[in-house]
Design a protein around this ligand. Structure first.
Ligand code: FDA
Length: 307
């Protein structure tokens, strides 16, 4: 119930403007968000890479309502791509299509994304297209399929909580996709998504097992297993070993600030781990989703609020 309430509150950005007034909010948010500026994000990314981690970066924002905002987001990502290249970082931008203007029209969004993909290709980099709530699944996958024909550096995401994902994954396997598997972070109705955590975890394991199969890797698929779930991570490592999949043919992914103990231990075991760093002023929705994922985070936040 708490998770559902928080996911509902994550759609009310006005609340974020109230919380912003408290200095402790900034401190708590900083656990998950690298800062507000590109410079702050690049500093954190550089530090993570010096510790042997791969990285990804998200400029926070979604559902922009004017072409100007979509343009500004695109320009920020273009600048990031140049800076990543100039600094010799192994950092991949991870973008939300609604930040690039999807709500304003597919044409505008594609135009912006193509600018990112062209520059990323010139720099030997790629662009990861995040998956948003189910209202966008069809459009995101259609856009991915269209771009995949022209760009070998576009990557996508599948959410294990959606019933449809097993079928979508098979289509992506046929396209030799670079695909991130995550559990899914939005509030979805039971007619579209598994309602219970155990069911979502089981779905994740089924899809991960499929991705980490000898024939799927041989078909050119690159799996990125985004989870902090230690049990699933261990199962993934064991499965890859059993299938004889080399360490450089797949990776795990985690969010900055979550399970930093694993950020230290996994690379030491020869496992590729990419940490996604988020930054920007539009931290509210991202932050509340992180609270929803773990009640202990909410208690920590409320304790500070009461104090
Ligand atoms: P789960 O929620 O079961 O947590 C397992 C364990 O991880 C917990 O017991 C706890 O130890 C730790 N943990 C998890 N969340 C925590 C938190 N907030 N604070 C502290 N500890 C926490 N979603 C989506 O819908 N579209 C997308 O494009 C993406 N992209 C994406 C990229 C990357 C790199 C990651 C890691 C995640 C995403 N997600 C996402 C989010 C994802 O769908 C999911 O909501 C979170 O990863 C939490 O699920 P876990 O798999 O970690 O498992």
């Amino acid at each position: 119930m708490i998770r559902r309430l928080l996911l509902y509150l994550s759609t009310k950005p006005a609340l974020g403007r109230h919380l912003e007034r408290f200095t402790f909010t900034k401190r708590v948010v900083r656990r998950f968000v690298a800062g507000e500026t590109v410079g702050e994000a690049l500093e954190v990314i550089g530090e993570l890479e010096r510790r042997g981690l791969l990285t990804a970066v998200t400029y926070l924002g979604e559902n922009v309502t004017t072409p100007k905002e979509a343009q500004a987001a695109t320009e920020t990502y273009l600048y990031l791509l140049d800076e990543i290249h100039r600094r010799g970082l192994a950092c991949v931008p991870s973008v939300k299509l609604t930040h690039l203007g999807l709500d304003l029209g597919t044409g505008l969004c594609v135009e912006n994304l193509e600018r990112l993909l062209d520059l990323a290709r010139a720099h030997g980099n790629r662009v990861w297209v995040d998956m948003e709530d189910s209202a966008y699944t069809d459009r995101t996958l259609a856009l991915y399929r269209d771009l995949r024909g022209r760009y070998d550096n576009v990557a996508c995401v599948i959410q294990a909580y959606l019933y449809r994902s097993a079928a979508d994954l098979e289509d992506l396997i046929g396209r030799a996709a670079t695909v991130r598997l995550c559990k899914g972070a939005y509030r979805e109705p039971p007619r579209l998504a598994f309602p219970g955590k155990a069911q979502v975890d089981a779905s994740y394991e089924r899809l991960m097992t499929r991705l980490l199969s000898r024939e799927v890797i041989a078909a050119g698929v690159y799996p990125a297993l985004a989870t902090h779930d230690e049990r699933l991570i261990e199962r993934g490592i064991a499965r890859a070993r059993e299938q004889g999949i080399p360490a450089e043919r797949f990776e795990f992914q985690m969010l900055y600030g979550i399970r930093p103990d694993l950020h230290r231990s996994l690379p030491g075991r020869g496992v590729r781990l990419r940490v996604l760093v988020s930054f920007g002023e539009d931290w509210y929705r991202f932050f509340v989703r992180r609270l929803a994922e773990r009640p202990a985070n909410l208690l920590f936040f409320l304790r500070h609020l009461v104090r």
